[in-house]
Design a protein around this ligand. Structure first.
Ligand SMILES: *[C@@H]1O[C@H](CO)[C@@H](O)[C@H](O)[C@H]1NC(C)=O
Ligand SMILES: *[C@@H]1O[C@H](CO)[C@@H](O)[C@H](O)[C@H]1NC(C)=O
Ligand SMILES: *[C@@H]1O[C@H](CO)[C@@H](O)[C@H](O)[C@H]1NC(C)=O
Ligand SMILES: *[C@@H]1O[C@H](CO)[C@@H](O)[C@H](O)[C@H]1NC(C)=O
Ligand SMILES: *[C@@H]1O[C@H](CO)[C@@H](O)[C@H](O)[C@H]1NC(C)=O
Ligand SMILES: *[C@@H]1O[C@H](CO)[C@@H](O)[C@H](O)[C@H]1NC(C)=O
Ligand SMILES: *[C@@H]1O[C@H](CO)[C@@H](O)[C@H](O)[C@H]1NC(C)=O
Ligand SMILES: *[C@@H]1O[C@H](CO)[C@@H](O)[C@H](O)[C@H]1NC(C)=O
Ligand SMILES: *[C@@H]1O[C@H](CO)[C@@H](O)[C@H](O)[C@H]1NC(C)=O
Length: 813
């Protein structure tokens, strides 16, 4: 009974195998007789006796292009180990034939010969796909006259050898089998070496790994114990490029492949789930060993981009299970891949370059930022080297130099470099850092839905002419949707600031649905609540912060208030500075008044400074201080209408994803009537940040912001609140007083006692404390203008104020 069912099974198996094969091939035969052929249109292949390997056509992409190849036949993943025409895939209708005179020939549909096995001897009687994965042409005595093992592509299989002069060339990419950018060669002088190539030429450019076995290296073996080794002529093992761990070929399919990323890897695939049971290897291709251990740092040639393409940097991902120890190529912030489908081509700027012709107009300060990429370097080439630099100086040096694309900062050295940047690498824990200059213009993470729609509209016109019916319908409906959205939007909105400033007008219901019914609260002030929202736009989602004014703007205030609201919104919308949160839209419908801001992913300075652990480092804090000061200079001096913020405090300073500080809530005080201003601010004015003149019936000037800034600055230096009782001695509780005392006693160090970074930079700490104290003086006239504060913070101007003249600043708690 059991043998019968076995027979039945075997029979079905054969049926299965036979079904798709046309009559002219003999798939189950191990000997392929002369005149046999395969075509791309039959699904036939020539199998090895065990069925482990197959020889035939493999389709390699969605276009019907085929490789004449050998592959592992009993695993689901397509794993090609050899190919005859990797650089010249053939179309449907091509065929391979073992001719009657014993030649193996690949021809395209027109009959043109694409490839021929260069068998050196005549007398071929048959071909055979062997169980080792070697496809051979043999004579009647079964001795091999030609074998695919003699012409490896990127893979060695167990029992295969690589002789002197032999080489493996990597694929171009994960899915593209063409000859790629890396090579493994056993030189005739005895060295086994890995190279980058001058792609698309196959010439070697830079050797990033070598066995240094001159002149002994004779042959690379991959034996049945699963070991890859280089041996001398007398068979002494000289080197194990892929380690000394091996698994038996009885239990595992194995291959050693020069991969498209330049890493030589040995892979294991359990032959059955029982054999894998004890060893713990999953049923897939597992990486058992790699060489070199870190390709990112190994490749450092004079020519070529490096392990990754130009302007990108290479990072070794050690933790990824999928393909252990894989390098990944990354673009610097605000750079993009030149060809998103081919990361090895490198990266390019996604912003306009620093134009040296505009240089006379002042430095590039306004249009560029420096972004930090930690532990990253593009070594070797630089055009300028500065010594004894602080990081701040190094940043400034690159910002103000139109040639500079990146500055590398390490130990007081600042190397200025320009594109193309090569051999980029990120090394976990390295203290070097790359300070890359990026354009500000396209920096906003907020995409303007209206603008987007306009451009997609243009696109629509073009595409309607040339694309398929389905696409047309899709586009048509999108367009209709857009128009209805646009019309609804414009009918509803009571104000159209869009005409004068770049502002969107939203309907209340739009914002209601964007915030999911005003659910997630980001922050709450005295007069408004801020909610997180998500705008869905044609194929895109944008995160926003929606500020909903409380019923202060009730019906009873009438039309006048509405107009004032609109005017003021226009003033705010007219601001454009990287240290101010950007207002992107408004909604004014009846008694509902809402403002839509860009969303700041890192929250407020208050949560960062007082709650987060770890707290921001000293350098970040100094940058935040300077950013806030710059934002205030802009409000006070650079706007068409002077704007007094009136409520500077850490809660109103927000941080974006790169920790750039942005002032929020600005100018809202000016939205209020004069009388309201006082009362409102007194109500919401936060203890400790409010200048004394508020309580003294004095004129309110920009100096109130200077006062508040002074308090914030001291908080930034000391990483604590302006007033704190818990854990502080009595004289330390009020930060302003405590700072005054420490400064007077020349004990500034006590303010930053546990902060090693700050202690190393004590001169700057002292300068910042001095500026902070200068800002919080009682007499508004004695406080500096914000512009001067910026200059002093940056160290450009010495504060003239002697410590003796700093009057005790008493804050009105
Ligand atoms: C070949 O196999 C594929 C998938 O298994 C199938 O879709 C196709 O129809 C087959 N072609 C022939 C000629 O049998
Ligand atoms: C293959 O052909 C050779 C030579 O013609 C012959 O000796 C051998 O037995 C054949 N093998 C099989 C499995 O048919
Ligand atoms: C096969 O082997 C025999 C005996 O070794 C030899 O005489 C004969 O020439 C060989 N045939 C071929 C085609 O090499
Ligand atoms: C593989 O990549 C090379 C180089 O970019 C390209 O020329 C070739 O067309 C690609 N081949 C396929 C099948 O995509
Ligand atoms: C494979 O090579 C290793 C190292 O030379 C050796 O110890 C082992 O016995 C070899 N295995 C086989 C099956 O030849
Ligand atoms: C084999 O060759 C290597 C290097 O050429 C040499 O060091 C070693 O002594 C030789 N071993 C024997 C057994 O000849
Ligand atoms: C092995 O695979 C078979 C069939 O795929 C399955 O039925 C069996 O449960 C597996 N055994 C183990 C130990 O995973
Ligand atoms: C900014 O992006 C727009 C498209 O969104 C592009 O046309 C423009 O050239 C970019 N500007 C810069 C400076 O890269
Ligand atoms: C210089 O800057 C001013 C205003 O900042 C601008 O109007 C002018 O066009 C600029 N000139 C050049 C050559 O960029």
């Amino acid at each position: 009974m059991s043998s019968l069912s076995k027979l039945h099974c075997t029979f079905s198996f054969f049926l299965l195998l036979l079904l798709p094969f046309p009559a002219d091939s003999q798939p189950t035969s191990t000997n392929i007789s002369l005149s046999s052929f395969l075509t791309t249109t039959s699904n036939a292949s020539w199998l090895s006796p065990s069925g482990d390997f197959a020889f035939g056509f493999q389709r390699i992409n969605i276009q019907a292009l085929f490789l004449l190849a050998i592959w592992f036949n009993r695993i689901p993943e397509q794993t090609i180990v050899w190919s005859a025409n990797r650089n010249n895939p053939v179309p449907t209708g091509s065929r391979v034939q073992l001719t009657s005179d014993g030649l193996l020939v690949l021809t395209d549909p027109s009959g043109r010969s694409i490839w021929t096995a260069n068998s050196v001897r005549t007398g071929v009687s048959h071909a055979s796909m062997l169980d080792t994965g070697n496809f051979v042409l043999a004579d009647s005595n079964s001795s091999n006259l030609w074998g695919s093992f003699d012409q490896p592509t990127d893979t060695l299989l167990p029992t295969q050898t690589l002789n002197q002069g032999g080489e493996l060339i990597s694929k171009y990419s994960r899915s593209n089998h063409s000859s790629g950018r890396f090579k493994l060669i056993l030189h005739t002088d005895g060295n086994l070496m890995m190279y980058t190539t001058a792609y698309p030429q196959e010439k070697e450019v830079y050797s990033y790994w070598s066995t240094e076995t001159l002149p002994e290296g004779y042959r690379v073996m991959f034996n049945q114990s699963g070991l890859v080794y280089l041996m001398a002529k007398n068979e002494t093992v000289l080197s194990y490029p892929l380690g000394t761990d091996g698994e038996s070929t009885q239990d595992f399919f194995q291959r050693a492949t020069m991969d498209y990323d330049g890493v030589f890897r040995k892979y294991l695939y359990p032959k059955s789930n029982t054999s894998s049971g004890g060893s713990g290897w999953a049923m897939k291709w597992n990486t058992q060993a790699i060489q070199p251990p870190n390709i990112c740092t190994s490749v450092r040639g004079l020519y070529g981009g490096g392990a990754c393409g130009v302007n990108s940097y290479c990072h070794m991902e050690s933790g990824r299970e999928e393909n252990a120890a894989s390098p990944s190529c990354k673009c610097p912030p605000r750079y993009v891949f030149m060809d998103p489908s081919d990361e090895s081509k490198g990266c390019m700027k996604n912003f306009a370059s620093h134009d040296c012709r505009a240089e006379s107009n002042g430095s590039g300060d306004g249009q560029f930022d420096i972004m930090e990429i930690p532990s990253t370097n593009w070594p070797d080439f630089f055009y300028d080297q500065l010594e004894s630099q602080t990081e701040g100086m190094c940043r400034q040096a690159c910002l103000s130099d139109c040639l500079c694309d990146v500055a590398i900062f390490l130990g007081g050295f600042c190397w200025k470099k320009r594109m193309p940047l090569t051999n980029g690498r990120m090394e976990e824990g390295a203290s070097v850092k790359a300070l890359i200059k990026v354009g500000r213009s396209n920096s906003s993470s907020f995409a303007y839905p209206r603008k987007k729609d306009e451009s997609s509209l243009k696109l629509t016109g073009g595409l309607l002419i040339g694309s398929s019916v389905f696409l047309n319908l899709l586009l048509l409906s999108t367009t209709l949707l857009f128009f209805s959205w646009w019309r609804r939007n414009n009918k509803r909105g009571q104000l159209h600031p869009t005409s004068s400033v770049n502002l969107l007008s939203f309907s209340y219901s739009q914002l209601e649905s964007a915030t999911g019914g005003f659910k997630e609260v980001l922050g709450r002030g005295a007069s408004a609540t801020v909610y997180k929202g998500i705008l869905q736009n044609v194929g895109e989602t944008v995160t926003i912060a929606v500020k909903k004014m409380d019923k202060l703007w009730g019906v009873e205030e009438g039309e006048d208030d509405n107009r004032e609201f609109t005017t003021e919104v226009k003033v705010i919308a007219g601001t454009n500075h990287k240290n101010l949160v950007k207002l992107v839209g408004v909604c004014s419908e009846g008694k509902n008044h809402l403002l839509v801001y860009e969303y700041m992913s890192n929250g407020s300075l208050a949560s960062l400074l007082f709650k987060a652990d770890p707290r921001p480092n000293w350098y970040t804090r100094t940058q935040i201080a300077i950013s806030v000061a710059r934002g205030l200079v802009y409000l006070h001096e650079k706007c068409s209408t002077q704007i007094i913020h009136c409520d500077i405090k850490p809660q109103n300073i927000l941080l974006d994803e790169s920790l750039t500080a942005k002032i929020s809530d600005f100018g809202l005080a000016k939205l209020l009537k004069v009388e309201q201003t006082r009362t409102m601010t007194a109500i919401r004015g936060t203890k400790g940040y409010v200048a004394p003149e508020w309580f003294r019936n004095m004129a309110i000037t920009t100096k109130v912001d200077v006062y508040s800034f002074g308090v914030v600055l001291l908080e930034l230096v000391c990483c604590r609140r302006g007033f704190e009782m818990e854990g502080y001695e009595e004289e330390e509780m009020v930060l302003v007083d405590w700072a005054q005392e420490c400064y007077g006693a020349r004990m500034v160090r006590r303010l930053v006692e546990k902060d090693e970074e700050a202690i190393k930079d004590l001169v700057k700490v002292e300068r910042f404390v001095k500026i902070g104290l200068w800002c919080v003086q009682e007499d508004p006239c004695l406080r500096p203008e914000m512009k001067k504060v910026v200059h002093m913070l940056e160290g450009a101007v010495e504060s003239r104020q002697g410590k003796g003249r700093l009057r005790n600043a008493r804050s009105p708690w």
